[in-house]
Design a protein around this ligand. Structure first.
Ligand code: HEC
Length: 151
């Protein structure tokens, strides 16, 4: 009997790590086509050296918080993605609900060879609340500093 809760837990963990369902991916693709595609392109490859790729991006691999914060407040300044340095501006993305953000980040996490977690609406809401006081665009330097501090 002692093993049952453990078994249930590992099943839950496995479910959380499995690929998102088709409906989520469809919704995410629709949000992507409306809000990201103009710059990051249908292939997720962007347009170096103007728009960085999301396919194979090390910033996507760092977790959902960066994408959620970029969407909410934008991002500017130098950022190196897959060996190419960009120094541009991503404006905040308007007209998206927390659910839309969860779906689009899940879509990006699991497209073009990327394999990442399914992001929930609750996670997006929590990230936005954590940084609710933030009024300016994010920078790669800040994201890097955080990563160092959490080590
Ligand atoms: C108007 C063009 C534009 C749109 C629309 C846009 N981005 Fe960006 N994005 C950029 C630029 C430019 C950068 C690099 C900013 C810099 O130089 O600091 C960037 C950076 C990023 C990064 C970090 C770097 C990387 O390549 O991984 C992520 C993640 C990202 N965008 C996700 C998204 C998502 C998801 C959407 C749609 C919800 C989106 N962007 C919409 C232009 C855009």
């Amino acid at each position: 009997m002692r093993f049952l809760p453990l078994l249930a837990l590992s099943t839950l963990v496995a479910a959380a790590q499995s690929a998102p369902d088709a409906a989520t991916m469809e919704r995410g693709k629709a949000v992507y086509s409306r809000t990201c595609i103009a710059c990051h392109l249908p292939t997720g490859l962007g347009l170096p050296p103007v728009f960085p790729p999301l396919a194979g991006s090390e910033w996507i691999a760092k977790g959902a918080s960066i994408a959620v914060r970029n969407i909410t407040n934008g991002m500017m300044g130098p950022v190196t993605v897959k060996g190419v340095t960009y120094n541009s501006v991503m404006p905040p993305v308007s007209g998206v609900t927390d659910k839309d953000i969860a779906d689009v980040v899940t879509y990006v996490n699991n497209s073009w060879g990327n394999t990442g977690p399914t992001v929930t609406e609750a996670e997006v809401t929590a990230i936005k609340q954590k940084y609710a006081d933030r009024k300016t665009m994010w920078t790669a330097a800040e994201y890097e500093k955080e990563a160092k501090e959490s080590k």
